[in-house]
Design a protein around this ligand. Sequence first.
Ligand code: MTE
Ligand code: MO
Length: 352
Amino acid sequence: MNSQFSAPYLKTLSLSPENQESPIHFLKHWKTPQDYFYLRNHFSYPLINPQNLFLSISGNVNKRVEISLSELSRFPSKTILVPLECAGNNRAKFKPKVFGEQWEEGAVSQGKWKGVPLKELLDQAGLLDGSKEAVFAGMDFGERKDLNESFYFARSLPIEKALHEDTIVAYEYNGKPIPYKHGYPFRLIVPQWYAMSSVKWLMNIFIIRHEFNGPFQTKDYVYYPFKDSDLDKKPVTAINVNSTIQEPLNYSIIQEGLQTIRGIAWTGTGTINEVAISIDHGDTWRKATLKYRENEKFSWVKWHFDWEAYKGEHTILVRASDSEGNMQPIKPYWNRKGYGYNAVQKIKIQVE
Ligand SMILES: Nc1nc2c(c(=O)[nH]1)N[C@H]1C(S)=C(S)[C@@H](COP(=O)(O)O)O[C@H]1N2
Ligand SMILES: [Mo]
């Protein structure tokens, strides 16, 4: 083997269950190759019976529906470029520190998901009056030590979000069947929301007339603003506006003269409309140049900023804002379980 052709690896946090970050500074493409897509799992991987690839819809519906993989691929489909970001991305940066997987900035990746709008499938089943939420259960399950009980990984969506035209049941990723570790054969894709909603190995959809109270809905993926009380809690839903620097690397030594600072930015609702850089700890900001992916409303944007680097130690800050008027804050919004981190990213570099 010629080492010239070696490729990046994922960054391992744990192996059972498997949690690995993307090598984010290598993600220069619009579509993350599956080998570099971050992995986030609550349980060990489910066993999948290739003879029995069905998705069921039941509950508050006119008739129970079972759909096979080949039937699903005959429905009208859409293909969308969607970033998935773990709600715990950057958790390691909260101060005071919070418990949970200590993700740095690599729990985000994006690619092309092809699938059928969930609405089409729900229409087949026929929603009955009073349908309030759709619950999505994966094939993976295991014990929750905190509750002394076993659960499937299950999440719900309000019925309006379930019926949104871009909420899809995906069966392909980047033009191929979804990779096993990312949810083969069926995966719910919920654009604009943190990725806990995008249930992998989707097996059952239940339509319910009340609010779902599974532990991944009501214990986890909830913002708790206070350390010692549950006061003012609220569910984790849409992605917060965010950005990251891919080049140069934190604590790298670079040459003086013209240098390009690069990265990506993305948001939940709306689109990115500005990315700004500060070299003076946030006193002044200068606009970076943005590159959008045409005809893809959810895609991250690529940004770059040409900088005349001068000798010394510098801190580079990046801050994105979106069309809904949201801007990355200087300080993160601290919450007990460490979700939704989106404070401005900082790197330190030395210029020689
Ligand atoms: N069935 C199932 N779906 C799941 C999860 C899981 O553990 N089981 N994890 C969720 C979370 S928290 C995230 S961030 C994404 C991770 O998707 P990936 O492993 O394809 O990157 O899947 C979501 N869907
Ligand atoms: Mo996540």
